[in-house]
Structures are given as structure tokens and as C-alpha cells.
Ligand binder design. Structure first.
Ligand code: SAH
Ligand code: SF4
Ligand code: F3S
Length: 461
């Protein structure tokens, strides 16, 4: 927050802002930035929606279930908004994010008590929208894809994100996979200039962040002019970021297999601070389904990329996304997915039943898969992935891993951090570990985490 402006916010005009976030990490980043945009207007974060002056739902449209949650949450907030009004106050209710972009009008029809609807590309205009909503009787809607880039219109001031921070460097998608809403909700691929990314990264590190995760729907499609006037790709950008003093760890997500170029693979070889964990969605192991999905890569292409990555960084742990039951998927196609999983051996992965999304090509395809088949395939795939995750975690027992500790654990006297492979690691240790990267001898593996003992005597409990 700008200090001169914050000093003009007195206790009486301070307002409470509650933000509820669903969806991907890009929404988490956007929620933080919306709070930054609203801070000069006197809005300070509030833990609960009770008595809030403004509530923002930052929404996700990726699957049907995600979108439906928004409407049930709106029903609950309506009652809070009414009781606030009965007390003579006002709660501004805003719906932001990908459901707002895709279903703006429907939100206003189904929930006319909503004051503001804004898409992911317009949140820099929030102050103006809030002012209009405060004046106007009706709702304000802004789901344009404006010519100006929102990033150029965000305040330089931002609340610190803590020891680990997200930094959006790329937005949108031009790939149009058959099943996916993202190209419609986030618009065309856009990369932020390298200088802006580097400046934001330096600010985050100055504010205390030790680990940065670069974000984008297609983060490895990032391409922009570097400070040297040359054309930079993600590999080059990572090298520049690795030089920021005080920064300990770098990650990026989510990547598309097609954009995994030589320079990026070389960055995995050359930069120890680029963590050996990569989320690289493949969706299916069947070439027929990959073609129907418009993924523009085959199973063999994916395996080849994995091979090159592992040659560059032998300890690289892989994660992925899978969809079962895409229109046209047969038992043989599904068997090809299981075969690919067996070949790669994932450290973890996400898997979903295909969910038809309005307006996407696959939703209208004739050969929709029966729900019972989707259920059965998802269970089989998840059992295999769980087995692989357990094996990966078990393989860490006995190793000494650097863990970046970020906070207290669930039990008293415990602290928790992340391994290089993104596993949560619990240790019994002093709070002095928080904010420190420390070697931990891994003693036990659990389904989704590890536990162990910090090597340094003085940091043990
Ligand atoms: N940009 C990333 C992923 C974006 S969405 C990529 O290209 O891989 C995150 C994940 O949600 C996708 O990887 C996919 O597995 C899943 N997903 C997207 N649309 C879906 C749908 N209609 N039904 C089920 N899962 C879906
Ligand atoms: Fe969606 Fe495909 Fe784009 Fe990923 S690459 S965001 S799955 S359209
Ligand atoms: Fe969801 Fe939009 Fe992210 S649809 S996954 S919030 S890009």
C-alpha cells in the first residue's frame, strides 16, 4: 500500500474486503492483486464475509462442479448482504474470474443482488467499477478483453505474499484444446515484458519471498523482449531471475509439452535453484484421443520430452493432469493412458472426469462416454497414480533433502515446509526454522507428505 495514501485512511473510513478464491494459482495471484488495487480506497483484508463491505468471489469455470459452487455460495452471501442492509450498511457483492467472464449475464439473471461482474482481464478497473456500483442502482458488468494490458495498470505497491510467492508472467491460451474453456475465459496468449517481470520479482524478494513460482496458463509459451533488446523465452528469463540476490528457489507452472524448448530444458540442467519438479499435463496416453483433444502432440512426443528433461536433470519429479472419458474414448484408449503412466512414473498427478463445457467443441461431440465408464476409469487411474505417488514418497526415505520451512505444522512443536519436489515435509523443530532452508533427514513417507529430522542440532525441538 502507498504509505501516503494509507495514512489518509482513518479507522472510520476503513472498509473490510473478503475474497473467496477458487481455481488455479492464477486466480490466487489475481485475488491478491485485486486486494492491492482496492487498498488505496481503504479496503483491508477481512477473514470472514460477516460484516464485510465488499465480498469478491474469484471463480473458476474449468469443470461443471467448479462453476456450480459459485451459485450456492451466492445464495449464502445474499443472506449476509440482506442482514447488513437491515443494519443500515452495504455489502458490495462482486463476481470475478472465469465464471464471470463466461456467464456474466446469467449471473445477473440468476442472482440479481450481485453488484459487480468482472472478467479476469479487467480487475485493474475495479476502483472505477466500485464507484459506479456505489452510485448506480443496478449492477455493473465489465467482461471486455481491453486493449490495454491490466498488468500495466496495476499499482506498484503490493502486500507481501510471504516466503513463497506467485508471479503471473503469461496469460491466456491460443491452443484451443477441444474440452477447455480457458481460451474463451482468459483470451489470447499474452506475455508480460521481461523488465516488468524482473522488477516484480525483485520487489517480492525484497519483501521477503525466498521462492517464486512463475505462473501462466501456458507459462512455457512466455516470450518477450529482454532488457538487452533480444527475444527471450522462459529459459532465458529463468537465468536472469536466478541472479536476484536472496532468491533461493524458482518454479513455474503450467507448461504445455509442445512449448518445452531446448533453452528451457537446459535451464533445468544449469540452474540448481530451479526446483526439480515439473507439472507437465499430458491429458491422455492415446494418440487418437490426443488428436481429438487438439493437443497437437502424441504420446511418443510427450515421452521424448520427459526423456530429454530427465537427461538434463536426472532427479526431476513429474506431475501431470489427465482427463478420462473425453468424447470417443474407448477402453483401448484408456489402456494407452495407463500404459503411459506406467512408463513415466509420476511423483503426483491430478485426474478428472471429462466435464462438457458450454461452447467448447468437445461438448457437442456425438460420442459422449457413459458416466459409469468415466467413474470406473477415473478410479483405476487414480489407484495407479496413488501407487506411484506412494512409491515416489517411499523412495525419499533415508535421503537428506533441503526443505524450505514456511510455517507451523498441525501439531504443537511441529514446523512444515516443502521439499524440492513440492512434498510437504513435517518436522519436530523450533519456530526458528520458519523462513530457513534446512537439510532434513527424511524418516517416513505418508500418502501426501514426508516427515523427518532437521540435521542441525540447534534447530531441533
Ligand atoms: N493450461 C494447462 C491446464 C489448464 S486447466 C494445460 O494446458 O494443460 C487444468 C486442467 O483441468 C487441465 O489440464 C485438464 O486436465 C483439466 N480440464 C480442463 N478442462 C476440463 C474439462 N472440460 N473436463 C475435465 N477436466 C478438464
Ligand atoms: Fe486449456 Fe489446452 Fe489451453 Fe491448457 S493448452 S489452457 S488445456 S486450451
Ligand atoms: Fe479455472 Fe479460469 Fe484458472 S477456468 S483453472 S480459474 S484459468
Amino acid at each position: 500500500m502507498n504509505p501516503t495514501e494509507s495514512s489518509t485512511i482513518t479507522r472510520s473510513n476503513r472498509k473490510r474486503l473478503h475474497v473467496i478464491t477458487w481455481g488455479c494459482q492464477m486466480n490466487v495471484y489475481d485475488s491478491a492483486r485485486m486486494a492491492d488495487v482496492l487498498a488505496p480506497l481503504g479496503y483491508a483484508p477481512a477473514e470472514t464475509p460477516d460484516g464485510a463491505d465488499m465480498v469478491i468471489l474469484n471463480t473458476c469455470h474449468i469443470r461443471d462442479k467448479a462453476a456450480e459452487k459459485v451459485f450456492s455460495e451466492l445464495g449464502r452471501l445474499r443472506r449476509l448482504k440482506e442482514s447488513r442492509a437491515a443494519e443500515g450498511g452495504r455489502m458490495i457483492l462482486a463476481v470475478a474470474g472465469c465464471v464471470a467472464q463466461a456467464e456474466g449475464q446469467e449471473i445477473l439473471t440468476r442472482a440479481p443482488y450481485v453488484d459487480l461482474v468482472l472478467g479476469p482481464q479487467t480487475y485493474h478497473r475495479l476502483p472505477e467499477m466500485v464507484a459506479r456500483a456505489a452510485r448506480a442502482g443496478g449492477a455493473v458488468i465489465d467482461t471486455e478483453f481491453p486493449a490495454e494490458q491490466k498488468f500495466d495498470h496495476l499499482p506498484d505497491e503490493a502486500a507481501p505474499q510471504g516466503l513463497t510467492a506467485f508471479l503471473t508472467i503469461q496469460e491466456g491460451c491460443d491452443k484451443f484444446c477441444s474440452f477447455c474453456v480457458v481460451p474463451y475465459t482468459r483470451g489470447a496468449e499474452q506475455s508480460r515484458p521481461a523488465a516488468a517481470v524482473l522488477a516484480e520479482a525483485r520487489r517480492l524478494v525484497a519483501q521477503g519471498s525466498l521462492e517464486l513460482t512463475l505462473l501462466g496458463q501456458n507459462v512455457n509459451a512466455w516470450r518477450a523482449e529482454g532488457p538487452d533488446g533480444r527475444d527471450w523465452g522462459l529459459g532465458r528469463l529463468l537465468r536472469a531471475l536466478a541472479e536476484i540476490p536472496g532468491l533461493k528457489r524458482l518454479r513455474y507452472t503450467t507448461s504445455h509439452p509442445r512449448d518445452m524448448d531446448e533453452a528451457l530444458i537446459a535451464a533445468h540442467r544449469d540452474l540448481p535453484m530451479l526446483m526439480p519438479f515439473l507439472h507437465l499435463p499430458v491429458q491422455s496416453g492415446s494418440d487418437r484421443i490426443l488428436a481429438a483433444m487438439n493437443r497437437k502432440h502424441t504420446a511418443a512426443d510427450y515421452l521424448r520430452v520427459v526423456e530429454r528433461l530427465r537427461a538434463a536433470r536426472p532427479d526431476l519429479a513429474l506431475s501431470s493432469d489427465f482427463i478420462v472419458g473425453h468424447p470417443g474414448e474407448t477402453e483401448a484408449d484408456f489402456a494407452a493412458t495407463l500404459a503411459l503412466v506406467r512408463e513415466v512414473r509420476f511423483a503426483q498427478a491430478f485426474s478428472f472426469k471429462y466435464s462438457p463445457r458450454p461452447g467448447t467443441p468437445a461438448a457437442g461431440a456425438p460420442a459422449q462416454v457413459a458416466e459409469a465408464d468415466k467413474d470406473r476409469r477415473l478410479q483405476a487411474l487414480q489407484a495407479l497414480l496413488r501407487e506411484q505417488q506412494a512409491a515416489f514418497n517411499a523412495g525419499c526415505v533415508g535421503l537428506t533433502l533441503p526443505v524450505l520451512f514456511t510455517g507451523p505444522g498441525r501439531h504443537p512443536g511441529q514446523v512444515v515446509g516443502r521439499s524440492p519436489f513440492l512434498q510437504p515435509v513435517h518436522v519436530t523443530g523450533s519456530a526458528g526454522l520458519i523462513g530457513v532452508e534446512e537439510s532434513v533427514r527424511i524418516a517416513a513417507a505418508h500418502p501426501n507428505s514426508l516427515s523427518g529430522t532437521p540435521l542441525q542440532e540447534k534447530l531441533r525441538a
